[in-house]
Every structure is written in C-alpha cells, then in structure tokens.
Design a protein. Sequence first.
Length: 133
Amino acid sequence: MSSTLITAVTELDQSKYKTKIFAGGHLIYADEPAELGGTDEGMTPNALLLASLGSCTAITIRMYADRKEMPLESIVVNLAIDEKDESYEGTTISRKIEFKGELTDEQIKKLLMIADKCPIHKILSNPIKIITI
C-alpha cells in the first residue's frame, strides 16, 4: 500500500489570529471572530475541520453515485461539533446528509453507507497521533 504525504504550511505573524494556510498551491485564511480578538477574515479552525469532513463526504458520495450512474442531482452536508458533550470523553460531530434527485430508498441507504468511507471520516474515526518535531 503506497503512502501519500499530504502537507500544509500555516503562518501567523503580527496579524493577531489571522493565519495563512498554504497547501497544494492554494491559499486560505483561518481566523477567530472579533469577539474572541480575531478579525473574522477566515473560517475558524473548527469550521475548517468540519469543511474538510463535509467536502470529503460530498465528493466521496458524488464519485460513487457517478460511477453507479445514480440520478443524484445534489448533496448537502450539514455538520456541527458538540464540544460540551460531557457524557462522552471526546468530541461529537453530527452530520446530516441530504440528497436531491430521483433516488430509491435502497440507493439512499447505500449512499449513506458510502459517506462513512470518505478518507477524512476514516482519519477522524481512528486514533490520531500528532508528533511535533
């Protein structure tokens, strides 16, 4: 099994919390809202995490539906992080997936199963080790 190294570079200067993020030739910003001392010029890190999961989920579903020639017109993925879930010693992410198109109940059930196969879902569902070098 080959391993692909995915890299990103983040830079934070004197701009308070506005952070530049470079990956794959692209640039985006992360920031905090004004009430937390940021400039609100980018998504929060938590929103970026949800955006990664949501976009990966939608792309994975779209790839499968296209390959199986399903009449899927659009996908909407709504996500939320519950950081205050004290009944569980972790973080809960809720995900609601909506489909538009003339899909059968069986096709919808299969697409919801496929959603859990997206690479970001797999990463977030397994133990993660972060090594600072």
